[in-house]
Design a protein around this ligand. Structure first.
Ligand SMILES: [Fe+2]
Ligand SMILES: [Fe+2]
Length: 372
């Protein structure tokens, strides 16, 4: 717990320093900022935004890795120089894949940058994970070789969102013990890389395609999490402006999710599927053929199927699910940890994330009437 304590103390030191700086500032820009953003965040609102910022920092870190190898490095998303063979395998899923990677990466960078700047503008401590930037990433052609916060090379993916969003009968909020089937059961057991670890991963072709397909499923698996996190937290926002922030960022995660779920469909339909990685047996089935197919698996069903919402006595509704607010931040930490995204990080990293999540989950809605 020592490192955690140091991290929190650093946050507190930052808070004191910034509060003093704001109090003593006389510059016109600072006065404008103080006028426009008068009032402080309550503890819960700050904790929810800080957790969101931490999640966005982690998202940015792995999206940057994708962009270095399979995106479009440029002034908006600098770093890396592209890996042509990996990029070509991603483009088998969609010729626009590099552009989509670039734009998703750009979005995540702006999410954490905005959230941290907003926290600072309110005299609250931002999220800072830099002390944990210690992981070696890919050394394949195109990688910048920078140290990373996240690990894309040992992923275990829960692809049950595929059937969860196609189910008209079950909602995880109403049926917490219902098990939604996996789209790609192979990805749920074992550890798989979503990027070429070295140039040795660039062949044989079916191995490289399986790596690209793993990325193709990792992307929506992550984004559906953000898609649930924001509406789940928004229910406990006290300030209308914090509510506005959560309601304005959240749906961009939804736009990412739906785009990527469409691309993932191309990894599990003809002509790419079925495909088996000859090096490890990982299989991407054709989900449009028996024993799959139908509403549970059909690959072009990318709009959310209406399902029960709040109560089965009400009509079904097309919605984001789950949106249960209780414990959502800790749920996200568990989900990302189980995915293997933090493989190689030390215990204090997990303790810090759990601490940020616990504070966010403790946030209570105050003011504005209603159920606070
Ligand atoms: Fe984001
Ligand atoms: Fe995202």
């Amino acid at each position: 717990m020592k490192l955690i304590a140091r991290g929190l103390n650093a946050n507190r030191r930052w808070f004191m320093k910034n509060a003093l700086a704001v109090a003593g500032a006389t510059g016109a820009g600072t006065r404008l900022l103080a006028d426009e953003h008068s009032g402080r965040l309550n503890k819960g609102d700050a904790a929810m935004l800080r957790f969101a910022a931490a999640a966005e920092i982690l998202e940015s870190d792995f999206w940057i890795q994708y962009n270095e190898l399979g995106g479009i490095p440029d002034s908006e998303v600098p770093g890396g120089s592209g890996n042509p063979a990996y990029t070509a395998a991603l483009q088998n899923l969609d010729s626009d894949f590099p552009q989509y990677i670039h734009d998703n990466t750009d979005d995540e960078i702006t999410h954490f940058t905005f959230l941290n700047a907003y926290l600072k503008s309110k005299g609250a401590a931002p999220a800072d994970l830099e002390q944990f930037r210690t992981l070696m990433g890919s050394t394949a052609t195109g990688s910048s070789g920078k140290l990373r916060l996240t690990n894309l090379m040992q992923l275990t993916l829960d692809t049950s969102w595929w059937t969860r969003y196609r189910s008209s009968a079950n909602n995880p909020d109403l049926d917490p013990s219902f098990i939604f089937p996996q789209a790609v059961p192979g990805l749920a057991s074992g550890q798989f890389t979503a990027i070429p670890r070295t140039d040795a991963d660039l062949s044989p072709p079916k191995h490289l395609q399986a790596i690209a397909n793993t990325a193709g499923f990792h992307m929506p698996t992550i984004e559906q999490g953000g898609n649930s996190l924001y509406p789940s937290m928004a229910q406990r926002a006290s300030s209308a402006e914090v509510l506005r922030i959560l309601l304005s960022i959240g749906p961009t995660e939804t736009m990412h999710f739906q785009t990527w779920s469409d691309k993932a469909g191309n990894a599990v339909s003809t002509p790419l599927a079925p495909l088996t990685d000859p090096t490890n047996g990982l299989t991407f089935p054709d989900l449009n053929s028996t024993p799959f197919g139908g509403e549970t698996y059909q690959t072009n069903l990318i709009m959310p199927e209406p399902c029960p919402f709040l109560s089965r006595s009400l009509p079904v509704c097309s919605i984001i699910r789950p949106t249960e607010t209780k414990g959502v931040a800790m749920g996200v930490v568990k989900f990302l940890t189980a995915m293997g995204l933090f493989m190689g990080q030390p215990k204090p990293f997990f303790e810090l994330l759990q601490d940020l999540a616990a504070e966010a989950d403790n946030a209570k809605r105050h003011g504005g009437g209603g159920d606070d």
